[in-house]
Design a protein. Structure first.
Length: 222
């Protein structure tokens, strides 16, 4: 019996050992035209084994890259794409700098704060009003997304005024989008409404029981 520990190393295990063996066999084919046909068939098999790659942009390019990796970059075939270099694939990506800016209100996000901070450059009155109302509604949605309870429109207006460094002011906070409408769009149930409906249902049930008791007592007296 042959154990996996005694077999050759699998460079991409997700394709299985049979695909690895087919690539090794294609590498030994001396006739270049026949070797190219064999590789084309292997690419088809690789695509069938990993259908999720079809959702990746230029997934055939991905398959050819995996083919060369599994051949240890030794396979000499006519590829529709440039043959990848071992060194290029081994390079590590640059370290992304961690943002150090402070966010005043975390549930609004960094970009909301930046947009409002840059609002002081807006001079057109119409644009400022449109910007103010749009950002107010957006901020209310973000607030309810992280705190799925009711929020006063004046709170949103005050926080927008603060984030814009007093440059933007919501003149009519009561005109902001309604809380129930926001929760409905977000697919979040309003706990207050649910509690009211539950209380009304319990009240109706209690009244019904009381009416039944009164009817029974009235019948007994008669």
């Amino acid at each position: 019996m042959e154990y996996n520990t005694s077999r050759g190393k699998m460079l991409l295990p997700e394709y299985g050992r049979n695909v690895q063996n087919m690539i090794m066999h294609a590498h030994k084919i001396e006739n270049r035209e026949e070797r190219n046909r064999a590789v084309q068939a292997i690419i088809v098999v690789m695509g069938q084994l990993n259908p999720h790659l079809r959702d990746v942009d230029d997934y055939r390019h991905k398959l050819w890259t995996h083919l060369f990796i599994m051949s240890d970059f030794q396979l000499d075939v006519d590829s529709p794409y440039e043959k990848p270099e071992r060194e290029a694939l081994a390079e590590r990506p640059d370290i992304m700098p961690y943002p150090k800016g402070k966010i005043r209100f975390g549930h609004y996000g960094q970009y909301t704060q930046k947009i409002l901070e840059l609002s002081k450059g807006m001079k057109d009155v119409g644009e400022r009003v449109y910007m103010t109302n749009s950002m107010g509604n957006f901020m209310k949605k973000q607030y309810l997304l992280h705190n799925n309870n009711a929020v006063e429109n004046q709170v949103i207006a005050d926080q927008l005024h603060e984030l814009s460094h007093s440059e933007l002011t919501i003149e009519k906070p009561e005109d902001l989008i309604g809380t129930n409408q926001v929760l409905k769009e977000l697919g979040i149930q309003n706990n207050n409404n649910n509690n009211n409906q539950r209380n009304q249902k319990n009240s109706r049930h209690s009244n019904s029981n009381n009416n039944n008791k009164n009817k029974k007592q009235f019948k007994r007296r008669r």
